[in-house]
Ligand binder design. Structure first.
Ligand SMILES: [Zn+2]
Length: 512
């Protein structure tokens, strides 16, 4: 396909309600059935008393075969004037909202609006579909149940599904600075826009499989990329890619944003009035079926709206008289900070731990349920080394050594004595999601991940030469072997494997 025929991404920066861009936005919201949402805020240091202020809200609207991205500059628009249209969009049954772990964005967005007197902010998004579920669903369809559910980053998912790389370089840039740079605008727009692209592929797959009855559907995979792929054609999947292709893309985008593509409808006032008694377009039958089958929602609880205070601050607030500090440390749910793997802190959202020698057994158990659990780099590490490693790799340090808690880093003291107890304690404390297909998805020996494709018996024998003996009784069983990418250890789905899976299904009570 000739890239020149591709329509460039249409981006509109909305800075005021009496602007043509705002009119365009409200009109688009009344016509769309599908939006991709994302928000940007100025990164704050961990463990602050309040939530960060959202400074840009991105809304990518699908309009027929076209799409358009609106960047709402929440630092210039009076929030009270856009609360109502946003609220309507978030709960409109006529609009499916796509997001990538949007709950956190919603918490911050809500708090931002509340702080400007728009109580009660926002507490619901429905119907909603998270791109992680879309991705996991497609993976499940593709590989069956042996592939582990992973919390991949949006950038990884985009790379796999759309063949484009999103740069993460700008994620932590200063979103409160004005004017926003062209790079920031493009980045922000892409993050919302790619959600539409991923959803289109999902939609097309669903249609292809005839999972839902869809005689009327006219989707084509070719429209699934929405021009993104061509925009970043020569990608090589690395995270830095965008910077090279960025210039080309940027040139196209700049041409669009500055050429005034906007058609101005009658008058802004008229449309605002209309937005309060909007007649939105109902979803088509196909989308409605997808929503019925896969649709979800985000509901914020009271507790979600309160920033969690840090361990350090909490300790200071606690009465010291008569109660020893050690006692507080013994509180089961005392771990309260933002986890270092939190995307807010630049992490990838996947829980990661570093287990010191006192909880080595726990490390193995965590790996068995698919959780990334490393051990110290050196044999007898100093506390400082442990902390540096944890920090560097964005891990929470797990230990039974109360002395380590004095150090200013995210350390959790494990209370349980038995490995199984400890495992359940960590799952509960850090609210880890364990699913059955995640069991045995990681090398228990070294914490490495497996090579994606299983090996046949012949390939396994070849791969095991010189360091691991494969019992000959396995030879004629047509088993699949999995090899660790790091230490090359081979695993297979034998009796031991099934026993182990059953054991962790029981421990984690996954069967009910
Ligand atoms: Zn390994």
């Amino acid at each position: 396909m000739d890239p020149q025929n591709q329509k460039p991404l249409e981006i509109h920066l909305v800075t005021a309600t009496d602007s043509p861009e705002f009119t365009h936005l409200t009109r688009s919201l009344s016509q769309t059935s599908l939006v991709g949402l994302d928000a940007e805020w100025k990164p704050v240091r961990t463990q602050q008393k309040s939530f960060p202020t959202v400074s840009v809200l991105q809304i990518a609207c699908q309009l027929g075969d076209d799409s358009v991205v609106f960047l709402l500059d929440l630092l210039s628009i009076p929030l009270s004037s856009i609360w109502e249209p946003l609220q309507e969009m978030l709960v409109s049954p006529d609009i499916l909202k796509l997001g990538f772990r949007f709950k956190q964005d919603l918490v911050y967005l809500s708090s931002t609006f509340c702080s400007q007197g728009c109580n009660p902010g926002f507490d619901k998004v429905e119907p909603y579909l998270d791109i992680t579920s879309v991705y996991n669903h497609l993976q499940y369809k593709k590989h069956g149940r042996s592939v582990s559910k992973q919390n991949k980053s949006l950038s990884t998912i985009c790379g796999e599904m759309l063949g484009i790389s999103l740069s993460k370089e700008l994620q932590c840039s200063d979103w409160s600075q004005r004017p926003l740079t062209e790079e920031q605008m493009t980045y922000a727009a892409m993050d919302a826009h790619c959600l539409l692209g991923i959803f289109k592929i999902f939609q097309a797959k669903v249609a292809e499989e005839g999972e839902l009855d869809l005689k009327t559907n006219k989707l084509s995979i070719s429209s699934a990329n929405l021009g993104l792929k061509e925009l970043f054609k020569k990608h090589d999947m690395s995270d830095k890619v965008l910077s090279t292709q960025f210039c080309e893309a940027l040139a196209i985008v700049q041409a669009t944003t500055s050429s005034g593509v906007v058609q101005v409808p009658p008058s802004a006032g008229e449309v605002i009035k209309k937005s309060s008694c909007r007649d939105t377009k109902p979803m088509d039958a196909f989308l409605l079926k997808i929503v019925k089958k896969h649709g979800d929602r985000i509901l914020l609880k009271e507790s979600d709206r309160e920033p969690k205070t840090s361990k350090k601050k909490r300790k200071k607030q606690l009465p010291i008289n008569g109660i020893s500090r050690e006692k507080h440390i013994e509180n089961f749910d005392e771990w309260q900070g933002t986890a270092p793997w939190d995307p807010l802190l630049g992490g990838d959202g996947c829980p990661k731990f570093l287990c010191d020698v006192m909880v080595e057994g726990l490390a193995k158990h965590l790996r068995c349920v698919g959780i990334d659990a490393a051990v110290p780099n050196s044999k007898k590490p100093e506390p400082r080394e442990l902390i540096t490693q944890a920090q560097k790799e964005k891990r929470v340090l797990l230990t039974r050594d109360a002395k380590l808690l004095r150090h200013d880093y995210q350390i959790y003291k494990v209370k349980g004595l038995l490995k199984t107890e400890q495992l359940l304690e960590i799952i509960e404390t850090f609210q880890l999601n364990i699913s059955e297909d995640q069991l045995m998805s990681r090398c228990t020996k070294c914490n490495g991940q497996f090579i994606q494709k299983p090996l046949s018996t012949e390939e396994a024998i070849e791969a095991a030469k010189g360091f691991q003996k494969i019992p000959s009784c396995l030879f004629n069983k047509n088993l699949e072997f999995w090899q660790c990418m790091d230490c090359s250890q081979l695993y297979w789905e034998g009796t031991q494997y099934h026993n182990a899976v059953q054991k962790f299904v029981d421990i984690c009570k996954l069967s009910d």
